[in-house]
Design a protein around this ligand. Structure first.
Ligand code: 5AD
Ligand code: SF4
Length: 450
């Protein structure tokens, strides 16, 4: 019998990708996705605790779904970081919750759901799997209605930055065998995927601790050789692990897109030290200089935190100075928020909420100006755009991304989806670009277009 699953996802790309894997896994036990929780037989909340006060969100989401449990007997589960962290406590607090499934237990989900369907027993699975079995691919069996896909290459983190919950909820750093990754990318290429984004908390630490494994630049090289794949991206990188060899990959590998996301978190050496980041402002700037030398057109994005404990006005000014010197294409900025169990949660000299808020606004204003200038500087230029889908705002338009990962909207037919199209940029906005088609030389993974 066909059943329906509704899944609500919070947080990062890793979580979005986990939700996709969950959906593919549940297909095996006859669950199809629905966008309407009211018609679902199974509701899952895939949570993230990296930056938010996650408990609030989870409890309010669960409150919304309580009625469905009462009316239809819907099975309700919580997955992801909050599940990992809270475990049995969630089951104790929420009497109508059936499943708590941690970050390493996802592959067990189909059998757990089948068991609950029969026995009605409530389950909590939050053990860490030391063998990396949780990283095994869940391959889609049908062609995908999407042109880009994530592929997890490693998970977990051993860096223990003092503010960060990830090492506690995702476990220690673990890389997948390169042979499996390559197989997965080939499979996805066969299913119509044109762009691959390699995922991990520290992708450039890939293969660490395993002599026999490929290095990250070697892995990129091998993926670069796979037919059908047109573009390769990766996220996230740690500045400390950014090697010369990786920097060179940007000029050597044709399919590797000219964009790197390289979080700096703070421009103050004092704060970087308290964060345990393992680099200084100058050494970060030196890496950026090398990237720009090796690949002058490279687009740069990053993450930054304001209001870390002990951050003074002068520390914050160092952050603004770093931003002015690098000129990021975009920046994701956050107010520091203490995470239970991390070392920074115990640090004195908390920054007042109002100060954090003011600093965030100043930083975001500065970045808005820089992003707009950068986008306007593209006006008149021709960019290669991979068309991803119909534009949400206008049915006559399609949307895609440049190699530098900027969104471009332009008038065009949906038959262009999946194609690489040369587009002249006519207008740069704060969050996207407007373009127009300049020629009919459209590439389609090597085939001439119809
Ligand atoms: N408070 C605020 N921001 C955080 N990040 C991670 N932990 C915290 C925290 N406790 C941000 C960092 C990281 C991004 C994924 O989330 O900038 O790079
Ligand atoms: Fe968190 Fe630091 Fe690891 Fe990134 S490198 S996941 S910020 S501990």
């Amino acid at each position: 019998m066909q059943k329906r699953v509704y899944i609500e996802t919070y947080g990062c790309q890793m979580n979005e990708h986990d939700s996709e894997r969950i959906l593919h896994l549940l297909e095996r036990v006859h669950y199809l996705e629905t966008e309407n929780p009211k018609e679902a037989d199974l509701i899952l909340i895939n949570t993230c605790s990296v930056r938010e006060k996650p408990e609030h969100k989870v409890y309010s989401a669960l409150g919304r779904f309580k009625r469905m449990k009462e009316e239809r007997g819907t099975i309700i589960g919580v997955a992801g970081c909050v599940a990992q962290q809270e475990g049995d406590r969630l089951l104790d607090r929420i009497p109508y919750l059936d499943i708590v499934i941690g970050t390493h237990a996802i592959p067990k989900l189909p059998q757990l759901v089948e068991k609950i369907e029969v026995t009605g027993e409530r389950v909590c699975e939050t053990g860490f799997d030391q063998n990396g079995g949780y990283l095994k691919a869940v391959l889609p069996q049908k062609p995908l209605a999407k042109v880009k896909s994530y592929v997890t290459i490693m998970q977990g983190c051993d860096h223990f930055c003092s503010y960060c919950i990830v090492p506690y909820v995702r476990g220690s750093e673990k890389s997948r065998p390169s042979s499996e990754i390559i197989e997965e990318v080939k499979h996805l290429a066969g299913m119509g995927v044109r762009e691959i984004c390699l995922l991990g908390q520290n992708v450039n630490g890939y293969g660490r601790g395993s002599e026999k494994e490929l290095s990250f630049p070697e892995l990129l090289q091998r993926i670069n050789e796979i037919d059908g794949i047109e573009r390769i991206r990766f996220t996230t990188s740690h500045p400390k692990d950014l090697s010369e060899e990786l920097i060179h990959s940007f000029s050597r590998l044709k399919k590797l897109c000219e964009h790197i996301h390289l979080p700096f978190q703070s421009g103050s050496d004092r704060i970087l030290k308290a964060m345990h980041r393992g680099y200084t402002k100058e050494s970060y700037l030196e890496k950026i200089k090398r990237l720009k030398e090796a690949c002058p057109s490279i687009a740069l994005t990053a993450d930054a935190i304001v209001g870390f404990p002990g951050e003074e006005e002068e520390d914050f000014n160092e952050t603004l100075d770093l931003m002015k010197r690098v000129q990021f294409d975009d920046l994701f900025s956050f107010k520091y928020s203490p995470r239970r169990g991390t070392s920074a949660a115990q640090f004195p000299d908390k920054v007042e909420e109002k100060v954090k808020q003011d600093r965030l606004l100043i930083l975001q204003e500065l970045q808005k100006r820089i992003t707009l200038q950068k986008n306007q500087a593209l006006e008149g230029r021709v960019e290669e755009v991979l068309v991803e889908g119909r534009s949400k705002q206008n049915a006559q338009e399609v949307t895609g991304r440049t190699r530098s990962n900027k969104i471009v909207n332009f008038e065009g037919d949906i038959r262009l989806i999946g194609k690489l199209v040369p587009i002249r940029i006519v207008k740069g906005y704060a969050h996207s670009l407007r373009g127009e088609i300049v020629s009919v030389t459209i590439r389609d993974g090597g085939n001439p277009s119809p």
